[in-house]
Unconditional design. Structure first.
Length: 447
């Protein structure tokens, strides 16, 4: 019996093996498609997302630093100057993480109902900076000694670095209201554009769960000086301070931001030893960019939460409307009038938002401001012109800051306020108050 003929392919030729291998591979692919579990070991399994750490009130920044060990060691070829230098570029990673944080619907990360730019939301929990603790700054052998205690997930404290005073602004990276992204963006842009009313950064970094920014030393806040003077400034001091703070507001607007929470505790004087009086805008964490990168005005949102202090908030803030440059000037005006006396503002004793709004609407009318001026003679006549100017501003109006600055400058020159010392300055000589002695002499002569 003859055996069947076998083709060369089936005898094991190269071409036959290639066809057989191809068929075998096809069969494997079909089996894997029907049963994915067969090749699960060949594929890298996806790791489940990490759970978000809850904001823990148990450890402060200094405690986290101590538990994590000492600061990183320096390279052997670094000089002493390099070791003491804290480089901004090297320590900016924590802020990149903040920029990647998810936004809340139409609201921004720093828009939480009732928030103020300098007040932490969680002031009663055991978070914050603690006196005499030492912050180990990366790439620097010399840490920062904290000189005061401040509770909350956000705040500012004084410290000492390399035998020099400084201030430390901190924020928990999981804080509900994220102020640092805006704050850092403003001060960096202000430095790049040579603005004079903003702080200069010495360092920024992350320590534990806290983002840290170190600034040069500053003087007292206007709110502290006002309180020490029994909540009243003389007209000579109030008008000049109003001019300085207005210049700071103008610089902020020139950077493309609106503040949304102007008040005395936002501003501070320069440190002692300055050649001239300079007012810094320290807190700007609730600010918002009102223009796009091309300079075009950003779209107006239908609703924005109430932000800022009730006493100084603009009418648009009460109505939960989008704020603009006009609203900053409105808050600045309230602050200026408030400097003249704790209860000069008609709504100073009000706590109801609607009641405060009604009083503000009345004050910004011609009859309202004149009534306030009749009650308190310290309010200068120029206030009527400022009120009228602000009242006619629109959402997209370009503000003529020079007009308001000229009104203040004229008031200063007319009354020779530049010859007067500020209320917080001590008299230069014992005989610097001659009117008192003259009055006594005249009274004796008359008697």
């Amino acid at each position: 019996m003859r055996s069947p003929k076998v083709s060369p392919e089936k005898k094991g030729s190269g071409k036959g093996r290639e066809v057989a291998n191809r068929k075998q591979d096809n069969r494997k692919e079909k089996r894997n498609a029907r049963s994915p579990s067969r090749n699960r070991n060949e594929k890298e399994t996806e790791k489940p997302p990490k759970k978000k750490r809850k904001l823990s009130p148990k450890k402060s920044a200094s405690e986290l630093v101590q538990s994590s060990g000492v600061a990183p060691k320096h390279e052997q070829n670094e000089t002493d100057a390099d070791k003491e230098l804290v480089c901004l570029e090297e320590a900016s990673t924590s802020f990149e993480e903040l920029r990647k944080s998810p936004k809340k619907t139409d609201a921004e990360g720093n828009e939480i109902e009732g928030t103020e730019c300098d007040v932490p939301l969680n002031a009663n929990i055991q978070l914050g900076m603690f006196k005499d603790s030492v912050l180990a700054i990366p790439n620097s052998k010399k840490g920062i000694k904290v000189l005061e205690t401040h509770y909350g997930e956000f705040g500012i404290v004084s410290g000492i670095h390399d035998k020099k005073k400084c201030i430390v602004m901190y924020e928990h990276v999981e804080a509900e209201c994220q102020r640092f992204q805006t704050q850092l963006g403003i001060v960096v842009k202000a430095a790049a554009h040579g603005k004079n009313h903003f702080l200069r950064i010495l360092a920024n970094t992350r320590i534990g769960m806290y983002s840290i920014v170190v600034f040069k030393e500053i003087g007292p806040f206007l709110s502290d000086l006002w309180r020490r003077n029994r909540f009243v400034f003389s007209p000579a001091t109030a008008v000049r301070v109003a001019l300085y703070t207005l210049k700071a507001v103008e610089e902020l607007h020139s950077l493309g931001f609106i503040h949304r929470d102007l008040k005395p505790s936002v501003f501070a004087l320069c440190a002692s030893g300055c050649s001239k009086t300079v007012v810094y805008m320290v807190h700007a964490g609730l600010a918002r960019r009102f223009v796009k990168g091309n300079g075009e005005l950003r779209p107006r949102r239908q609703k924005v939460v109430f932000l800022g202090a009730l006493r100084y908030a603009s009418r648009a803030a009460h109505l939960k409307e989008e704020r603009c440059r006009r609203d900053d000037l409105e808050s600045w005006l309230y602050m200026f009038v408030d400097f003249l006396g704790d209860f000069v503002l008609p709504w100073a004793k009000q706590t109801n938002r609607n009641g405060v709004l009604n009083e503000k609407e009345r004050f910004l009318s011609d009859d309202g401001v004149e009534a306030a001026m009749r009650i308190n003679a310290l309010i200068p006549n120029m206030t009527k012109l400022v009120v009228s100017f602000i009242r006619h501003l629109k959402y997209d109006s370009t503000v003529d800051y020079n007009y308001v600055k000229d009104l203040l400058t004229s008031e200063i020159k007319k009354n020779n306020y530049n010859d007067d010392r500020f209320d917080w300055e001590a008299p230069t000589t014992p005989s610097s108050n001659p009117p008192t002695s003259t009055t006594k002499t005249n009274s004796k002569t008359t008697a």
